[in-house]
Design a protein. Sequence first.
Length: 258
Amino acid sequence: MSGIRRSGRAAALVAIVLALAACSDQTGTAVSEPSATTTVSAAEQATTEAPTSASAPYTETSLQVTGSTGRVGYDVIIPQVEGGNPAVTAEFNESMRSALQDQIDGWGTDSFTLSTQEHSVAHIGEHVISGLLVTSWNADPPGAHPTPIVATVVVNADTAAPITLGDLFPDLPAGLQKLSDESALLLPDTVAGPDFERSGIEPTEANFANWLATPAGMEIHFNDYQVGPHAVGLVTVTVPWDALADVIDPDLAPVVSS
């Protein structure tokens, strides 16, 4: 009786194996492997290869960039992000690389070196990403002391485009004047003191080129010597967004303050 049961089970097992083999592309293989040329629709590919900010939040990372132009030697760590919207990530990362390249290309004709002083993804908001890069410039051969060089990047996470002062202030002269006025109120309480260098806050784009979008306000980073002597170091002020309410683009206000 047990021999009958065993033979019945064996026959059933053989039938299953034969059925699987009939569905296989390769003789003797029970289950076929996916073909290497399997096609995926554009929508499916976007879903699998382009994570959204909801499924993969932006996270801070960094990149070490080293090299030499012959005149300039550099070994600098720059802030980067990963995850989130691939277009936003690419824009931020490329903008930080470009900021470093500007420092490499834009400092006279003498030989010098660049090294890392500070780097950070200063703020990742719901609609904006801000990054800070400070390099240390040193003459080659070395001079009296290194000089810090500041660069900032602000990217709109809704449009994957950088936000410039011209974008932020529809009436740019009025916006720059407001920044100058607010900086004059804030600088006396910084290490620059009440005798800060007034020419450093004249209402020009160059004086306010380095800024970050933070929830607290527009964080302005002044370059070395801009508002005070080298000895006081780099000076920063934060102008609250409500102080800029009458000059800022109303569509960008919720973006930069997020």
